[in-house]
Design a protein around this ligand. Structure first.
Ligand code: TYM
Length: 338
C-alpha cells in the first residue's frame, strides 16, 4: 500500500520562505515518489479564523495555489484541492467536535497564546477568542483524518495539532470502532534541518510576526531588499562572527548542501562582513527561486486555469472522502430508517 502524505497551508497571506522550506519543498519531493500518494490543499476555512478581509483571502488562495504549481507540484499525480470545496470536511469536523473533550482544546497553543496575551494586557482572558480559534485543531484533525493520511509533513509549530488529530481519531475509533479502526492515526514528519526557519528578527518566520521573507512577491528586488533587513549584530567587516548564533547561517543552510553551508560558516568566522554575507545568501536563494518565480508569474496571470485544476482536484478528492464519510455516518447512527 502507498503511504498517504497530506499537508495544507492557510490562505491568509503571501507564501514566504518558511512555507516553502517547511512544507512545500518536502511535500513536492514526496509527491514524486512512486510509493507515496499525496494530498495537498489550501486551508481556506482555516483562513477565516485569522483574517476577516475577504479580498485578502481570495488573493491568498490564488497566490498559494499558483505557488504549489510553480514549485513543481504535478496536479495529475497528486490530490490538490481547496478545503472549502470538500463539504465532507466540515461535516466530519462536527462528528469529531462531538467526541473531543473541551479540556483538550484548552491546551491548544494558539488558544493559550491568545489567553496569555489578554491576561498580560489586563483584559478578559477570552477577549477576541472566537469558537473558530478555539476549535481550530478539530477542523485540522478532520482535514487529516478524512483522507486517512499516514504522514503529515509540517514545520515544528504544527506538531501539537497533529498530536491532537491522533488523540481525536483514537477517541473516535475507541467509541465507534467496535473492533474496526475508522481512522489511521497520522505521524508528524519534520524536516529537522529546517524545522523552524527564522524570520528577519530571528524569531520563527511567521505572518503573525510580520517578519517574513516573501518567496515570489515583489521579485528578486524585493527578495534582496528583504534579506538586507535581516537583523545582525554590530560586528564590523573583518571581525569574526558568531556564525552559529546567526540566523543568516540557518537560512543559508536551508538552501545549501552541507559543504557549501560549511564554507559560508567558515567565512563568517573568518570575518566576512554582514553585507557580503547577505549578498551571498540572496544569491544562493535566488538560484533556486528564480526559475520557480518565472513559472509563478505565468500561472498567476491565468486564474481560470488554476480554478479548473482545483475543481478537478476537488472531484478526485471527494471520490475518496464521500464513501469514507458515509461509513462514519453509519457508525454514529445517522442511518437510513428502512
Ligand atoms: P501555516 O499556513 O501557518 O503554514 C503552512 C506550513 O508552513 C510551515 N511553516 C514553517 N516551516 C518552517 N519554518 C517556518 N518559519 C514556518 N512557517 C510556516 C508550517 O509549519 C506549515 O507546515 N494549520 C496549518 C495549516 C493546516 C494543515 C492542516 C497542515 C490546516 N490543516 C492539515 C497540515 C495538515 C497552518 O496554519 O499552517
Amino acid at each position: 500500500m502507498k503511504t498517504r502524505v497530506l499537508t495544507g497551508i492557510t490562505t491568509t497571506g503571501t507564501p514566504h520562505l518558511g512555507n516553502y522550506v517547511g512544507a512545500i519543498r518536502p511535500a513536492v519531493a514526496a509527491s514524486r515518489r512512486d510509493d507515496v500518494e499525496s494530498y495537498y490543499f489550501l486551508a481556506d476555512y482555516h483562513a477565516l479564523i485569522k483574517c476577516d478581509d475577504p479580498a485578502r483571502i481570495a488573493r491568498s488562495r490564488l497566490e498559494i495555489a499558483a505557488t504549489w504549481l510553480a514549485c513543481g507540484l504535478d496536479p495529475e499525480r497528486v490530490y490538490f484541492y481547496r478545503q472549502s470545496d470538500i463539504p465532507e470536511i466540515p461535516e466530519l469536523t462536527w462528528l469529531l467536535t462531538c467526541v473531543t473533550g473541551k479540556g483538550l482544546m484548552n491546551r491548544a497553543h494558539a488558544y493559550k497564546a491568545s489567553v496569555d496575551q489578554n491576561v498580560a494586557a489586563g483584559e478578559d482572558p477570552d477577549a477576541g477568542v472566537t469558537m473558530g480559534l478555539y476549535s481550530y485543531p478539530i477542523l485540522m484533525a478532520a482535514d487529516i483524518l478524512i483522507f486517512n493520511a499516514h504522514q503529515v509533513p509540517v514545520g515544528r509549530d504544527q506538531i501539537q495539532h497533529i498530536e491532537m488529530a491522533r488523540d481525536i481519531g483514537a477517541r473516535f475509533n475507541h467509541l465507534f470502532g467496535a473492533g474496526r479502526e475508522y481512522f489511521v492515526l497520522p505521524e508528524v514528519v519534520i524536516e529537522e534541518s529546517v524545522a523552524t526557519l527564522p524570520g528577519l528578527d530571528g524569531r520563527k518566520m511567521s505572518k503573525s510576526y510580520d517578519n517574513t521573507i516573501p518567496l515570489f512577491d515583489g521579485g528578486a528586488k524585493r527578495l534582496k531588499e528583504t534579506i538586507a533587513r535581516i537583523v545582525t549584530d554590530s560586528r564590523l567587516p573583518g571581525e569574526p562572527k558568531d556564525a552559529d548564533a546567526s540566523h543568516l547561517l540557518t537560512l543559508y543552510r536551508a538552501f545549501a548542501d552541507a559543504a557549501d553551508a560549511e564554507t559560508f560558516r567558515a567565512d563568517l568566522v573568518a570575518g566576512l562582513g554582514w553585507g557580503d554575507a547577505k549578498q551571498r545568501l540572496f544569491e544562493r536563494i535566488e538560484r533556486d527561486v528564480a526559475p520557480m518565480r518565472a513559472r509563478y508569474e505565468e500561472l498567476i496571470a491565468r486564474p481560470d486555469d488554476i480554478e479548473d485544476v482545483l475543481q478537478q482536484g476537488a472531484k478526485k478528492a471527494r471520490a475518496i472522502a464521500t464513501p469514507l464519510l458515509a461509513g462514519l455516518r453509519e457508525a454514529v447512527g445517522l442511518r437510513r430508517l428502512g
